[in-house]
Design a protein around this ligand. Sequence first.
Ligand SMILES: C[S@@+](CC[C@H](N)C(=O)[O-])C[C@H]1O[C@@H](n2cnc3c(N)ncnc32)[C@H](O)[C@@H]1O
Length: 245
Amino acid sequence: MTTTSPASSYSLNADYWTRIIRGGLDRYRTGLTNPAMLAAAGDVTGQAVLDAGCGEGYLARLFAGRGASSVVGVDLCPELVDAARAQAVVEGLDIRYETADVAALPLDDASVDLVVANHVLNDLEDPAPAIVEFARVLRPGGRAVALLLHPCFYGSRGRPVDRDSYYQTRRIEQHFDVAGEVSPAPVVAWTRPLEDFATEFVSAGLALVGISEPHPSEQQRREDPWWDQNFSRPLFLLLTARKVL
Ligand SMILES: C[S@@+](CC[C@H](N)C(=O)[O-])C[C@H]1O[C@@H](n2cnc3c(N)ncnc32)[C@H](O)[C@@H]1O
């Protein structure tokens, strides 16, 4: 049996991951999930932003470049945090990156206006403690934006989700395969029914204020057959929640 812990698999994949992201090789991100995440985040001018599970740190860099008053990126993988810090120096950006668990954030209560968790909650077998932490660090009225694999449609390796497994917590172990480049180590993703995610946000005091399903536009599909070849079912869910006052 393969044992895959998030930190160790991302450590083994850190160079691969950094190259894929910085090379813009993941078209799902560049064409769909990044624009959706940035639109949901909105104008961050003057806001304190947390990029929870920041990976090599690109979203944090984008928010710093868009006028956030402070940006913190947190990730469990030290190699990715090192890569993020190094790139912030290269770009002259003032971003604090920390190696930490999103379920134990190194931030004060009510110190953040916006938490983003981009492709992160699926890394957690139990996302509830992280969502509670998001609520703790958010100021009243602050927002959390989470981009997830669509729980209703995302099975392993193209398999649809059947009725019985949908209502379970599902473990999906696979290698990343982006633009024909396969990651050195497998990663484990977890998913669960949509109602569980909704309950966890609401129980933490985060009211859901937006749900969207990033997907290719008609224009994208018309202009590039890649989308119809590679987006054969809904893949993504974007949840926006506001900390209740
Ligand atoms: C799919 S990657 C996404 C990274 C980044 N948000 C992005 O969009 O490029 C998931 C990230 O979550 C991190 N991660 C997994 N579990 C974590 C945890 N418990 N606390 C902090 N980071 C975690 C991994 O190290 C990895 O960098």
